[in-house]
Design a binder for this molecule. Structure first.
Ligand code: NI
Length: 178
C-alpha cells in the first residue's frame, strides 16, 4: 500500500485471517486413493474353531486369503491462501505409501503387522489401524495430532475390501481415546 492510501477495512480483515462466516464455507475435502494387496485370517483366538467357523466362515481358514484393498484417505481443511492447496499432494502420497502401502502390500497382516498379533484384522479393524497411522502424520482430532496452520485434519478413511464392500472410519471411532 502506498503512503497516504486508505486501506479497505474489509480487505484488511480478510488478509489478516480474521474469523468470519465466510471462512467456514472455504472448507474443502481432499481425497487420495491407493491400492495394496494383502492376506489375512479372520478368527478370534479367544473363540473355539467351531465358533470362528460359524462367525467368519471361510475367512477363518488358517492358511489365509487375499484381498486387493483400496484405501481412500480424505483430508479436510481450508485451501492455503498462498498455495491454493488443502495439503501438499506429494506429502500426502508419501504418507500413504510410508504408513500403508509399503508396510502392508504383499504382507500377511496377522503375522507382519504387529497391531494384528492380538487384533482380528477385519476390514473394520484394518481401517482403524490405517486411520491411526495416518492421523499421526497429518494432524487430526486425536491425542497425537500435529496441528497445521490451516487446521487440516483427517476426515475419513474408506477401505474397500472388494468393489462392493467398504468401511468408513472417522474421528468418532476414536472418541473414547481422546
Ligand atoms: Ni478377508
Amino acid at each position: 500500500m502506498m503512503p497516504g492510501e486508505v486501506e479497505n477495512p474489509s480487505r484488511s480483515a480478510a488478509s489478516q485471517g480474521a474469523p468470519s462466516a465466510s471462512n467456514s464455507r472455504r472448507i474443502m475435502l481432499l481425497t487420495r486413493k491407493a491400492e495394496f494387496s494383502a492376506s489375512h485370517v479372520c478368527l478370534n483366538p479367544a473363540l473355539s474353531a467351531e465358533e470362528n467357523q460359524a462367525i467368519y466362515g471361510a475367512n477363518a481358514n488358517p492358511q489365509g486369503h487375499g484381498h486387493n484393498f483400496v484405501v481412500e484417505v480424505t483430508l479436510e481443511g481450508e485451501p492455503d491462501p498462498v498455495t491454493g492447496m488443502v495439503f501438499d499432494l506429494r506429502e500426502l502420497k508419501e504418507i500413504i505409501n510410508a504408513e500403508v502401502v509399503e508396510p502392508m502390500d504383499h504382507r500377511f497382516l496377522n503375522r507382519e503387522i504387529p497391531h494384528f498379533a492380538n487384533v482380528v484384522p477385519t476390514t473394520e479393524n484394518l481401517a482403524r489401524e490405517i486411520w491411526r497411522r495416518i492421523a499421526l502424520r497429518v494432524g487430526a482430532p486425536h491425542a497425537h495430532a500435529r496441528p497445521r496452520a490451516n487446521n487440516v485434519r483427517l476426515k475419513n478413511v474408506r477401505l474397500y475390501e472388494t468393489a462392493d464392500l467398504y468401511v468408513d472410519c472417522t474421528a468418532a471411532d476414536f472418541a473414547e481415546e481422546q
